[in-house]
Design a protein around this ligand. Structure first.
Ligand code: H79
Length: 442
């Protein structure tokens, strides 16, 4: 062996700890970069919040579902009864995926473990899982993955780093405190190992997955979450898997996309989305509820209209962000029919106008109250969302505009371009809500 190689080997053995070989110097693999493009091209996914909490259906409160254990201070010994009632005999993975396809969605992100700590898959790391503790005994993630593979839908796993059940989730954070009945002790490193074991299962037993959607880091902002170790572990197992985390902070090294919960990038109507700089480099994703709850809530009838959700999707696309729209399946395994109805109306719109969303990136004009732009190759799609006057002056788009047409009937749109901007005029009888889309050819 030549000397320099030998020295390198010895050095790498000496320093083979996580400080040196961490995600700090993360270079996404070619596969990962390809998957990021796929992600940005495909734009629209179904978020699924399903767990033993679904049986409680919110317990008569608005807005609570998967949070019921914490909000109602249910001790672990009592909450452990819930898996016994979880028997979704109507669950049909193929039906879910067929619905997703029809909806024009391209991926699913499903809760593998939420804050309650209950694994919705066949986990060997703990018996607190769907196969061991419910009468249903089936690995619903496996069934869903098989159905997704058949239809070319990608599957992502939501995983909560926060855990209200595990004794070694200690010291406790801002939630899951005294009421759970856990002793005031525990070994944090043991919890990290447990999480790592569960992630290993998710990344090795289900074939190629889309990625991991983390949540819960905000429970203990000052904790050492061993992100470098966890993220490298995931990328070692599946270099192509996209990692994102809902920590509401700027992305950490090792993360492959940035997410925004119930707010457009940069907005903060929810109160917890302050301060996170919008990444200029990573793909973005906004997640949104169809009513005010993530998991199934029987009382929450505040269903958003298909137009409202479509507008949010279009606005998200104007930021270059994907739209991850949530449903909370029923405890019997069916998707709420109100949600299916809404998704089918949205599907109609996408069938007609999908070209202006799928495969696009954010356009040359920053999102504005009057509308947003998306772009693909030499076409800029100007979505006129809140535009009342006969004409509107929009900023120039960097290149000379060759033609302006109305998306759909392709009729010519009167326009004039000066250094002050592009003046567009669309006759009133040509305008339709959410379907006044001007195509600028550059
Ligand atoms: O998984 C979903 C939520 O359970 C989780 N992230 C999304 C994707 C989430 N964690 N925190 N939050 C959302 C925001 C915090 C909301 C809260 Fe509440 C306000 C917790 C307690 C008061 C909402 C309302 C939940 C219970 C009542």
């Amino acid at each position: 062996m030549r000397k320099p190689i030998l020295i390198c080997l010895i050095l790498s053995l000496l320093f083979s700890n996580h400080e040196v070989f961490s995600q700090k110097d993360y270079q996404p693999s070619p596969e990962n970069l390809k998957n990021r493009e796929w992600f940005q091209d495909n734009k629209y996914g179904l978020f699924v919040h399903w767990g033993v909490y679904s049986v409680m259906a919110g317990g008569g409160d608005m807005g609570i579902a998967e949070w019921i254990m914490n909000q109602k201070q249910i001790p672990i010994v009592a909450y452990e009864n819930l898996p016994g009632f979880f028997n979704p005999i109507e669950f049909d993975a193929e039906e879910w995926v067929a619905m997703v396809k029809k909806a024009g969605m391209r991926y699913i992100t499903i809760t593998s473990k939420h804050h309650d700590g209950f694994a919705m898959y066949d986990s060997k790391a703990s018996d607190y899982n769907i196969v061991k503790k419910t009468p249903f005994k089936r690995d619903v993630l496996k069934e869903l993955k098989d159905a997704c593979d058949k239809e070319g839908i990608k599957l992502f796993f939501y995983y909560s780093q926060l855990d209200w059940h595990h004794p070694d989730y200690f010291p406790r954070g801002s939630t899951g405190r005294g009421y759970t009945g856990r002793p005031d002790s525990g070994e944090w490193r043991k919890y990290i190992d447990y999480m790592k074991d569960q992630l290993t299962e998710l990344l090795t037993n289900y074939g190629e997955i889309g990625g991991i959607w983390f949540d819960g880091q905000w429970d203990k902002y000052d904790e050492n979450w061993y992100l470098d170790e966890i993220y490298s572990h995931i990328h070692n197992l599946q270099p192509g898997a996209l990692i994102g985390s809902n920590h509401h902070l700027a992305p950490f090294p090792g993360e492959d996309f940035q997410m925004f919960e119930r707010d457009l990038p940069g907005e903060n109507t929810m109160g917890f989305n302050k301060g996170a700089e919008i990444s200029q480099e990573l793909p973005l994703e906004m997640c949104e509820t169809m009513n005010g709850s993530w998991g199934y809530n029987i009382k929450d009838r505040r269903f958003k209209s298909s137009s409202q959700l479509l507008e949010t999707m279009i606005r998200a696309a104007g930021y270059g962000a994907n739209f991850l729209l949530n449903t909370g399946p029923l405890p019997n395994g069916k998707i709420q029919s109100e949600n299916v109805d809404t998704l089918m109306v949205m599907a109609n719109w996408l069938e007609k106008n999908g070209e202006t969303i799928y495969g696009t990136r954010k356009g040359p004009i920053e999102p504005r109250p009057w509308g947003v732009t998306t772009q693909k190759d030499n076409k800029v799609y100007v979505h006129m969302l809140a535009w009342k006057d006969e004409s509107i002056l929009i900023p120039t788009v960097g290149k000379k505009v060759k033609s302006a047409t109305l998306f759909g009937d392709k009729s010519k749109i009167r326009f004039s371009e000066t250094k002050d901007g592009i003046l567009l005029t669309v006759p009133y009888d040509k305008r339709k809500p959410l379907e006044t889309i001007v195509v600028l050819e550059l």
